[in-house]
Structures are given as structure tokens and as C-alpha cells.
Design a protein around this ligand. Sequence first.
Ligand SMILES: [Zn+2]
Length: 370
Amino acid sequence: MILGQQQAKQRLQRMLQNERLAHAMLFLGPEACGKLAMALDFAQRVLCENKQANEQGEITACGNCRACIKTSKWIHPDVHFSFPTIGTNARSDQFLEHWRVMLNEHQYPTVHEWLQRIGAENKQGNINKEECLNIVRKLSLKTFEGSHKIMIIWMPEYLGKEGNRLLKLIEEPPANTLFILVAENQELILNTILSRCQIVQFHALQDEEIVEGLQQRGIAEATAFSAAQLASGNFNEAMKLAETSENDNATLFLDWMRKCYKGHGVELVKWVEQFAGVGRENQKFFLRYALHFMREYLLLFTTQDATRLRLCKAEKQTAQRFLNIIGFEQVERIVTLLNQLSYHVERNANPKVLFLDASLQMHYFLRKRG
Ligand SMILES: [Zn+2]
């Protein structure tokens, strides 16, 4: 199931219903918002041998025919993939195994994740000359089994100048050939390619759509909700947050703020000892959550309007209570402190020293309302 993106879905649906498929499309939108998932789904619908119309009149793939079975495993001989790789003269085909393993886990990759999976470490990926020649060669063949040949190029930004080798092919593709380019940054794609493609625009996902997607993956609602708040519409980020974050950051933050406000030494030391043990990744997410909360709190403080806040009910109540304690200048100090903490956690500072010091500063800020 593809999350959100109603406009893009409808546009592609119309193409299928009218049997007017654009021979070159560019799916354009922010990172991990579902462009690749949609391209895979579209390929399946095009190639299905037993297409069906659902109750809403939408063309769907049957899921059972020979073509569907192959497209859903990403092994259909008429669906070709091209994506950034590493190594001189490397071709995407050499990395197909990794590609399929990833798609099997999820279809919302980021380039960073992909390059790490294929062992790039600090190397830059690219789609090189060899790969472009391979694309040209593949598309010169007849279709093997399906009605169309479909070439999905993920991240054509990585083509650079080599994109020129594909111009003719994209402008005048062989019969029954569809190009789907899946991109994030229009400015990094040759204008000559852009002008030959129909652009299908995608958007960052809404929080609710992310929550829904995470719940489908078996993540509890509260965790899904807090991951969605921090992910800014990026489903890949949300999955990472939800899987890594073992803590209920909202509760943890409120507890910390209470203890800082009270300023009871023994309690604070105990809290810090415990928190020092949760590990760096969790501390980073906690701080990101805290900054998110303070941003929303500031919005409440300035507008007095709780309806627009990206916080759940319990968090809104906490924010409302803070109105009596935390003023504008204090917000400023707290945010600065949280940013400093993030900086030091990133650089492996001793968490016990760091968070005890921060707790004492926080106590001071909370008690000093102008
Ligand atoms: Zn089918």
C-alpha cells in the first residue's frame, strides 16, 4: 500500500484508465515520500495480465498472474532498474541482489541508506557511462513477456553529464517503452532531460499518513506518533526513529523537566545515571524530541492557540501547564542548551557529566522567570 500522494495516484490512474501512458515521466518530490513505491506499483499495474477495476473504477493489478508474481518480486524481465552504484564501470545489474533485499524490507529508501547497503562508506555514488550504455542496450531488445518495457531510473541526479547519452532514447523511445525517473532535486537533472518528461509531483507525507504506515509495520501507535512528529514527512526517517527509539520521549522529557524544576539533587543524579545508560542514539532522539516540543511550545506561547500544535493531547496539556512557568527568554535559553547538548552528544561527551550539568542549568532557567 502506498501512503498518501492522492494527486499523483489520481493522475497515474487517469493514464491507466485512458490507456494513455506517457513514455517518459519524472516522479519528483522530497526524500522517501513514496515516489519509488509508486513507480513499482505503477509498473505492476501496467504489466498485469489480468487488470481489474475496483469499486471506485480504479485499475488495479490482480496480484496473481504471472506478471504480478514477477513484478512483486522485482524479477520481471521487462522491468529494468537503474540506480547509483559505486566503483569504476559498475553497472546496476551487479547490485540487483542488494536492491531486491532492500525493496523487500521497504520501498522508501534514501540514497544514503542505499549506498551504505552496498558498502560505499564515504564514496560518492553515480550512474556512470557503462550503466548508460547498458540502459541503451537493454531497451533496444524486444519485450520478453509483457506489453511494455519499463525502465525505472532511481535518482537520475546521479547521472550528471552522462545523462546526455540517454537523451535520444528518452525523446524517441522504442515502441512500448516507458521511462520512469524517480528524483528529488530537479536542479541536478539536465534540462534537456527534464523537458522531455512529464513531471508528476509528489509531496512530503502528512503525519497521519506516516503514523498509518508505521502501524502497518507493526509499530505501536504512541511510538508511531512521536516518530512521525520528528520525521518531517520522510518515511525512511520515521522508520528509523520508530525502530531505534525505545523510549517514550514525551514522558521522559516531562519527567526530566519536573525533576529539574524541583531541583532535588538525589533525584536528578538518579535520573541522569539512568539516562546516561540509554545510549547515544536514544539520547540524540530525546534531544530532537525536546527541541520539537520547545518549538511547538513557543508557537503556543506566541499564538495561545493549541489547535495547530503538532503534539498529542497529553503533550498539549504539558505545554499548557508550562505557560505558567516558561517565558520567552527561558525558551531561548532552553533551546540553546538543548542545541549545545546535541552538539556534545554527537561528539561523544561523557553523558553523566553532560546531563548533570544540563539539569542544573535547566533548574536555574526554570526558576528564573523574568
Ligand atoms: Zn496480475
